[in-house]
Design a protein. Structure first.
Length: 243
């Protein structure tokens, strides 16, 4: 069958304007019968609560409506930090609102992480991220309010949103090892604009526990919601073995 004859399952992603990770990596991993379609929300260089809220409230609905017009099967809201700083209740409300407006199932990256933790029966976690101390603190609160015990964390303190994608695999690995605490059942690497997926398997081999990242959890959820249950090797237990 020629490529043009393959009926594609369209998957939508709403991205902060600075994100350079999601489109190339998701497109590389998705099966042949799926296609990725993105819309963007402007995020200023100043990474803080106010800029994230402004991005969300100014552009979130418009970005979702843009995607609605190409009729995707599911839409992922790809900004972990936006959900973190606004809390569980707001995140759930926004996803319900976007699902209603677009007439399409919508979920957030934070929601995908929680679904992944539940699927793996995880309750105690260590968290690492490229974020500032303020967002790191909000992240603790977000996941603790969701019912998880956060045993440890570490962050890079990046204040410029355009630099979130800069950390190398070596820097991400070292960050993860600093933030990992024995007794945790999983390591969470937060942020969809950091190439954390590249070090997942290496870390799992070292710590002996699942490593869940914003990138892997969101892709896993996007594929499951679309009925794409293929195992993806090379990026850890969640994508490689769990359905």
């Amino acid at each position: 069958m020629k490529d043009a004859e393959i009926e594609k399952i369209r998957l939508g992603v709403i991205l902060p304007s600075v994100n350079t990770v999601v489109e190339p990596w998701f497109s590389k991993i998705l099966p042949e019968n799926a296609s990725l379609h993105a819309s963007r929300m402007f995020l200023s260089a100043n990474l803080c609560t106010e800029s994230l809220i402004e991005m969300d409230r100014r552009d979130g609905v418009a970005a979702a409506l843009q995607l609605k017009s190409c009729k995707p099967k599911v839409i992922a809201y790809c900004c972990t930090a936006s959900s973190i700083v606004q809390g569980q209740e707001y995140d759930q409300h926004l996803m319900a609102e976007l699902s209603k407006i677009t007439e399409t199932p919508c979920f957030s990256a934070a929601g995908a992480i929680i679904d992944a933790l539940e699927a793996l029966d995880i309750s105690r976690i260590s968290i690492v991220s490229p974020y500032t101390d303020m967002i790191d603190h909000a992240e603790h609160q977000f996941f603790e309010e969701a019912g998880y015990k956060v045993l440890s964390s570490s962050n890079l303190g990046i204040e410029d949103s355009y630099r979130l994608a800069e950390p190398s695999s070596k820097e991400i690995y070292e960050l993860a090892i600093r933030g990992w605490k024995s007794g945790s059942e999983a390591l969470l690497i937060s942020c969809l604009n950091m190439n954390s997926q590249k070090v997942v398997e290496m870390l799992e081999n070292v710590i002996g526990c699942p490593v869940i990242t914003s990138t892997t959890a969101t892709l896993w959820k996007l594929m499951r919601e679309a009925g794409l249950y293929e195992h993806v090797s090379g990026y850890g237990y969640l994508l490689g073995k769990h359905r």
